[in-house]
Design a protein around this ligand. Structure first.
Ligand SMILES: Nc1ncnc2c1ncn2[C@@H]1O[C@H](COP(=O)(O)OP(=O)(O)O)[C@@H](O)[C@H]1O
Ligand SMILES: [Mg+2]
Length: 352
């Protein structure tokens, strides 16, 4: 029995189905992220966990107890939601103390707990300020402190960093991970940003159209996606459509421009995925060229230089393009330069 069990949850808003058969087992103490595009049902699932929305079907168990219809205030969950703002007229201290006052803690206990949690989010020095005297990142840390101060069983975060600029977002991601590590509380975070999800989470649930596509570690999502959607949404990818043809006892995947021998155990493969970093690139006029089981010729269509390397879009005959990284020691290759690209069978991810 997991700490939190989401069993076959459906949610309809009128005729519109926002969640369809969602099941997840969330281990105690884990950092889980719900990742998916806008409209995929992330906030709906979080609101159901918080108790703000009921389910249309299915159930939620917390440590074996059915909490599907339990009121939000009976759940002891901490919330950092979009638009779940700080109290503007209260100081940082009073904002964070609020959940403890509601729970009728003593003055001394409140003072001690608020001081400890403000230290944890590095806001100890700002406790007398009002929210409007804080930056966006600081306000989010106050919201986080307020959600954690009463030692919730579970912390629910709905895109807490989406309004912050990139640098602050990465800082707050690191802090959040550190706080999770120190407290050991179970965190469920929502984001549409796959980098954020991969950076912070023990496990990621990829959502699409109200369904869980895959629930896995970042590494498995990246190296072993079980659908085209996951391969495309998590990281950069090259996806080739094709057909599987048998060849005696063996089988081959036939795509536009190349063939690939499939391992014996492979079932009918409909697409292969190859990650950009698994593709080598060389100028067509370069002596050794690019080595690999599969070699293709093309021309540079576009390049993005980032100092340590360049990301290339390579135009292949037949009209499709391929993403790959190359060394940028001598600068990026110019558009129009003829190149050879190559990759190995072992690096191809097979989709069925
Ligand atoms: N209160 C509501 N009434 C009707 N439809 C809703 C409501 N809330 C969300 N939806 C719809 O449910 C789907 C999932 O929404 P949401 O859970 O907010 O997605 P996400 O958080 O992944 O962007 C969307 O199509 C959205 O328009
Ligand atoms: Mg949302």
């Amino acid at each position: 029995m997991s700490f939190l069990e989401i069993r076959n949850v459906d949610k309809f808003y009128g005729a519109m189905q926002a969640l369809a058969g969602v099941s997840l087992s969330i281990p105690k103490g884990s950092f889980v992220t719900l990742l998916g595009p806008s409209g995929s049902g992330k906030t709906t699932l979080l609101k159901i966990l918080a108790g703000f929305e009921g389910v249309s079907g299915g159930e939620i168990l917390h440590s074996g107890r059915d909490i599907t219809d339990l009121k939000p205030e009976k759940r002891n969950f901490g919330l950092v939601f979009q638009g779940y703002a700080l109290f503007p007229h209260m100081s940082v201290f009073d904002n964070v103390a609020y959940p403890l006052k509601v729970r009728r803690k003593t003055r001394d206990e409140i003072a001690a707990r608020v001081a400890a949690i403000l230290d944890l989010v590095h806001l100890g020095a700002l406790s007398r300020r009002k929210p409007h005297e804080l930056s966006g990142g600081q306000q989010q840390r106050v919201a986080l402190a307020r959600a954690l101060v009463f030692e919730p069983d579970l912390l629910l975060l709905d895109e807490p960093m989406s309004a912050l600029d990139k640098k602050l977002r990465v800082e707050l991601q690191d802090q959040l991970r550190d706080i999770h590590h120190r407290l050991g509380t179970t965190f469920i975070n929502v984001t549409h940003d796959q980098e954020e999800a991969m950076h912070m989470s023990d496990m990621i649930a990829v959502m699409n159209h109200g369904r869980i596509e895959q629930f896995d570690t970042a590494h498995r999502l990246y190296r072993r996606p079980n659908s085209r959607f996951v391969a495309d949404f998590v990281g950069k990818s090259n996806i080739f459509d094709g057909v599987t043809q048998s060849r005696g006892a063996a089988a081959e995947f036939v795509a536009d421009g190349f063939r690939l021998s499939l391992p014996r155990e492979a079932k009918a493969v409909s697409e292969i995925v190859i990650r950009p970093e698994d593709i080598r690139i060389a100028r067509a006029d370069c002596a050794g060229g690019a080595a690999g089981d599969i070699r293709l010729e093309g021309t540079v269509a576009a390049s993005t230089y980032s100092g340590d390397r360049a990301l290339y879009s390579i135009a292949l005959p037949g009209g499709r393009t391929l993403l790959t990284y190359g060394s940028a020691r001598e600068g990026a290759l110019e558009p129009g330069v003829p190149v050879a690209v190559a990759f190995d069978t072992k690096d191809c991810i097979l989709l069925h």
